[in-house]
Design a protein around this ligand. Structure first.
Ligand code: SF4
Length: 344
């Protein structure tokens, strides 16, 4: 029987992940938000460091946001970190975690998948989850091409193992991650191959969803050095990478060349800085989910004295202080072409 076979396989074969060996609503919330759009192997060291810094939901709720972003830096999708802290604050204000999907979904950043995961894994509720792995496994079991979101959730609920939904959901996800993989699924070693309608041509399912073309844009950034320190700017709250620190500069409109003139104009317009821009130091390519960005970094100096740069959003930073600031992966890449920083 499929249920028995899958649960037995999971009990034997599942990865011993830190949020599985010690289960709580808080740890499940953190791990699920970290794992969105991110591989488990990438998440592991971030999860451990995050738990060291914020071992309880109360600690996270009370922490300065910049400290939260610093521990998240490198994982990307920074709105997840902000929502996670807001969710922690809502939990503390409400006297504890809600136990139902509806209550959990009212928390910032918690969608149907995360709510279903916490409700089933932590509170034992008979609630399904659907992520990319679950969708793929179900579409193959039922030979369903191009499954809709609604179809996937209805199927996930229909196949749920009553009373063991938490294990069942994790088993489905684990099967998708380890056996029923997007390419070259290992049907020969699959515990639920019997009765799988897609087994003869698994890669046909769930079918190809057309992806939008990702645009390519250009940006310029300044490497301004003073006495071994570099000038960084904090991005405005709310937008992409909001609240994170980076080299001063700007993304350019398509018709603008990424040259010294563009950088001089951007520094003046965005930050009120008068700068002399020198030679290009290099161009850094970085891909976000929705955008390829090529950032050309220039050596630059300020016409005003470095000490006169005073703003909450501007800071002179020594390389040794970099680990205490939330820097995006792109910021670290661009810093990598600054003389002095590159050798760190
Ligand atoms: S038999 Fe193959 S396609 Fe079917 S669930 Fe197992 S791994 Fe996936």
């Amino acid at each position: 029987m499929r249920e028995t076979a899958l649960l037995a396989w999971y009990a034997e074969a599942h990865r011993r992940l830190p949020w599985r060996t010690e289960v709580s609503a808080y740890r499940t919330l953190v791990s699920e938000l970290m794992c969105q759009q991110t591989r488990v192997e990438t998440v592991l060291p971030y999860f451990e460091r995050f738990m060291d810094a914020f071992p309880t939901v109360e600690a996270l709720a009370d922490a300065p946001t910049e400290a939260v972003l610093t521990r998240w830096a490198g994982l990307g999708y920074y709105s997840r970190a902000r929502n996670l802290q807001r969710a922690a604050q809502a939990v503390v204000a409400g006297g504890g975690f809600p136990r139902t999907v509806a209550g959990l979904r009212a928390l910032p950043g918690v969608g149907p998948y995360t709510a279903g995961a916490i409700a089933s894994i932590v509170f034992g509720a008979d609630e399904p989850v659907v992520d990319g792995n679950v969708e793929r496994v179900l579409s193959r079991w039922y030979a369903q091409e191009l499954p809709t979101v609604r179809w996937s959730w209805e199927r996930a609920r229909a196949v749920l193992a009553p009373g063991r939904a938490g294990e069942w959901n994790q088993a489905l996800m684990e099967l998708g991650a380890r056996v029923c993989t997007p390419r070259a699924p290992r049907c020969g070693g699959c515990p639920v191959a019997t009765g799988c309608l897609g087994r003869d041509s698994p890669e046909r399912y769930p079918g190809v969803k057309l992806k939008k073309a990702v645009p390519r844009r250009r940006a310029v950034a300044a490497c301004v050095l003073d006495d071994g320190r570099v000038l960084l700017v904090r991005r405005p709250e709310g937008g992409r990478l909001g609240g994170l620190w980076e080299l001063p500069g700007a993304e350019l409109d398509d018709h603008v060349q990424p040259d010294a003139n563009a950088l001089v104009a951007a520094l003046r317009a965005r930050l009120g800085l008068a700068a002399v821009v020198g030679a290009p130091l290099g161009t850094v390519a970085h891909t976000f989910s929705h955008l390829h960005l090529d950032t050309t970094v220039f050596a630059a100096s300020l016409q005003s004295k470095p000490g006169s740069v005073a703003s909450d959003a501007l800071r002179w930073v020594h390389p040794a202080q970099a680990d205490d600031l939330p820097l995006s992966t792109l910021a670290r890449k661009t810093l990598g072409v600054c003389p002095g920083w590159a050798a760190r």
